[in-house]
Write a new protein. Structure first.
Length: 135
């Protein structure tokens, strides 16, 4: 028995495959999903999502959204998601520096803009952690 996993963002379908297990970062901690799992709807937190298929494990950086789990299907509707191989460390590090500089330079920053920049920094940190996990 296996799971159909689909990870979708507002921009694209990031991942779609049949897998053995999924570990999702949630607001309550990590949740491991196996085939036959009870129905579940949970909030996705910023973090590393792990997918196991056979002896291989794939890693994705995810941020925000919700996961809907059924007995044989997992659908993650994330604000942002990227597979490990698509993460560009240099671009992520540059984005962190730009966001941090924008925060430092701002005199009267709008609270919504400040939160957006903080979200960018958190998600960038997750991407770097996923990319650098095997070093």
């Amino acid at each position: 028995m296996s799971l159909t996993l689909e990870i979708v963002t507002p921009e694209a379908k990031v991942y779609s495959d049949t897998v053995d297990t999924v570990v999702i970062p949630t607001a309550e901690g990590e949740v491991g999903i196996l085939p036959g799992h009870i129905a579940l709807l949970t909030q996705v937190a910023d973090g590393e999502l792990r997918v196991t298929k056979g002896s291989a494990t794939e890693y994705l950086a995810v941020s925000g959204g919700f996961a809907e789990v059924g007995a044989d299907r997992v659908r993650v509707l994330a604000e942002r998601a990227i597979t490990e191989e698509k993460i560009d460390e240099g671009a992520v590090e540059a984005a962190i520096k730009r966001a941090e500089q924008e925060i430092r330079d701002a005199k009267d920053i709008d609270p919504a803009q400040y939160e957006h920049l903080q979200e960018m920094i958190r998600y960038a940190g997750v991407q770097l952690a996923v990319k650098r996990r095997r070093r």
